[in-house]
Ligand binder design. Structure first.
Ligand SMILES: CC(C)(COP(=O)(O)OP(=O)(O)OC[C@H]1O[C@@H](n2cnc3c(N)ncnc32)[C@H](O)[C@@H]1OP(=O)(O)O)[C@@H](O)C(=O)NCCC(=O)NCCS
Length: 182
């Protein structure tokens, strides 16, 4: 199986501008597959998100992830799962974005994304989404599925740009996005 996380991941990407450490400076960001060893980094990344971003990602004011959530967010389940981290290249340790693709039933995978507040609207979500879709295609995943707040236009438009269909959820506060592969 081609490792799509590496396909998109190894070429460093130049952010347009800014990082939490050096606002206004161009920064290179690289994507790599996360593992259980990254759990402390993921925990710190989530704790540093604004309450608004955390609520949009988890639909609650979660501050500390449980071991089960950390396992899901570091891709420690099905071998087709992919958890990707976006790291600032110059130190290799500053995590500024996360994406998960977790296979559930019948080769359908759940996806979720979070970008550090200072990095939002700079193309990082776009890059993470592209890598997750490429991975899903090469891993033989049948469809990608995500749940988001119905008011989360950032996520809905990012998904729509990648061909996801937006589907109503039984809870009117939520919406589903779905991408089927032929
Ligand atoms: C949703 C999220 C992952 C998008 O990441 P991002 O890095 O900001 O997105 P990008 O900069 O790559 O933007 C890609 C496209 O998404 C859409 N988008 C992103 N932010 C948007 C916003 N605030 N309003 C409307 N559209 C937006 C646009 O179509 C945008 O393309 P454009 O800039 O050419 O118009 C990010 O906003 C985030 O982490 N939010 C908090 C957590 C969350 O909502 N997770 C989703 C639930 S799983």
């Amino acid at each position: 199986m081609r490792d799509a996380s590496r396909a998109g991941a190894d070429a460093a990407w130049l952010g347009m501008a800014g990082s939490p450490a050096a606002p206004g400076a161009a920064q290179a960001v690289t994507l790599r597959r996360l593992g259980w060893d990254d759990a402390p980094l993921v925990q710190r990344f989530v704790a540093a998100l604004s309450p608004r971003s955390r609520h949009r990602r988890f639909f609650s004011a979660v501050r500390e992830l449980s071991p089960g959530q950390l396992r899901a967010m570091t891709g420690s389940g099905d071998p087709r799962d992919l958890a990707l981290g976006a790291f600032i290249v110059h130190d290799g340790a500053s995590l500024v974005g996360l994406a998960q693709c977790a296979v559930a039933d019948n080769a359908v995978a759940e996806v979720a994304f979070a970008v550090a507040d200072a990095w939002q609207r700079r193309g990082l979500g776009e890059r993470l989404m592209g890598a997750i879709v490429a991975h899903a295609r090469s891993a033989g995943i049948r469809a990608l599925h995500g749940t988001t707040l119905a008011e989360n236009w950032a996520m809905l438009s990012l998904a729509a740009r990648h061909g996801f269909e937006i589907v109503e959820h039984e809870d009117p506060q939520l919406a589903c996005v779905s991408l089927r592969f032929a």
